[in-house]
Design a protein around this ligand. Structure first.
Ligand code: NDP
Length: 335
């Protein structure tokens, strides 16, 4: 396993990590989640990602039970939660968003569900324009001062919102966000590569990143190249929107590209999931790639993606760029 600093913080996070979205509770119960998290942990994974909203708190409850059963030393792993959507099916305005009230309630509920004394990482799952930035930054700073959270961050905030949080932190001597959790994969790259570019610099935020959906929910595994397999995320109840996305004209165009990328993977003697993950790892601004898996065999495959990184020579990267044809030039990125 390779470990990377989470931005300019001192925290060393494994470059491949594991998250609970979709799978925990929908596909995996406690024994299955234990098996899959153990497969990741045994391969050097030291970060497990979660959120209050995943399966309405059930994903955190399952992860808490797994951590208890596994009995791993608390100083050997990092756990996260995210606040915004609320854990209840129909949250009231008090039970969601980024008010001081909900950030506190959600943090202590996550700690309880995950049966841990503190959260290593705590994310604002989305921006909340209804709450003043000072209230958010101050509340996160307080949680850190209380020892309930070690590092706070954001997910899918714009560069402008992140800079505003940074400015507020500097103005009031508060703690700025350490990390962002953006989507980043071969098909979704503009924000990560262009919009955030100056935020990675240590003179600004020195932003760490915990990237999500590195396989575009499975599209980049190649498993959808010849139709939809019965056992797959898009067939789960409640994920009809994903099936629609895959079946749309854009989804089908992406599928065509996956077919070409699969040939590159084959030429390299590897698999499509490993190629797609290695491509993410290759970007030095990625602190950790949060993987997802419904089966232990997927963890086994995904966690060997590090072996493929050295195969991504400039020639191979050029070939991949030729297929993707979606890289924004710096000039376009700045406009
Ligand atoms: P991926 O894009 O990597 O998709 C994972 C899914 O792809 C698996 O559950 C599995 O689905 C399929 N898969 C994975 N590996 C393989 C393989 N080797 N072969 C075949 N199929 C495979 O990641 P996720 O979308 O799950 O996101 C990862 C994590 O990121 C989440 O758990 C969560 O922690 C975080 N996240 C954060 C978000 C945010 O807003 N901050 C949003 C979304 C995710 P199946 O077998 O069921 O088809």
């Amino acid at each position: 396993m390779e470990f990377r600093r989470l931005g300019k913080s001192g925290l060393q996070v494994s470059v491949l990590s594991f998250g609970a979205w979709v799978t925990f509770s929908n596909q995996l119960d406690i024994p299955a989640a234990l098996e899959i998290m153990a497969a990741a942990y045994d391969r050097g994974c030291n970060f497990f990602d979660n959120a209050e909203v995943y399966a309405h708190g059930q994903a955190e409850t399952i992860m808490g039970a797994v951590l208890q059963k596994a009995g791993w030393r608390r100083d050997s792993y990092i756990v996260s939660s995210k606040v915004f959507g609320g854990a209840l099916k129909d949250p009231s305005p008090l039970q969601r968003g980024l008010s001081r009230k909900h950030i506190y309630d959600a943090a202590y509920q996550a700690i309880e569900r995950m049966q841990c004394d503190y959260l290593d990482l705590y994310f604002c799952h989305r921006p909340d324009p209804k709450v003043p930035m000072e209230e958010i930054v101050r509340t996160m700073t307080e949680l850190i001062h209380r020892g309930d959270v070690l590092y706070w961050g954001t997910s899918e905030w714009s560069a402008q919102e992140l800079m505003e949080a940074y400015a507020v932190a500097r103005q009031y001597n508060l703690i700025p966000p350490t990390m962002e959790q953006p989507q980043y994969n071969m098909f979704h790259r503009y924000r990560f590569e262009n919009e955030y570019e100056r935020l990675y610099h240590v003179d600004t935020l020195g932003l760490g990143t915990t990237i999500w959906s590195p396989l575009a929910s499975g599209l980049l595994t190649g498993k959808y190249n010849h139709g939809i397999p019965d056992e797959s995320r898009v067939n789960l109840p409640g994920y009809e929107w994903l099936k629609e996305m895959f079946m749309s004209a854009e989804g089908q165009a992406r599928l065509e590209k996956v077919k070409q990328l699969a040939e590159v993977a084959q030429e390299l003697g590897t698999t499509m999931p490993k190629l797609a993950l290695a491509w993410c790892i290759k970007n030095p601004n990625v602190s950790t790639v949060i993987t997802g898996a419904s089966k232990v065999s997927q963890v086994e495959e995904n966690f060997s993606a590090l072996d493929v990184v050295p195969l991504l020579t400039s020639e191979v990267m050029e070939k991949i760029e030729g297929i993707l044809n979606n890289k924004h030039s710096k000039l376009i990125g700045a406009s």
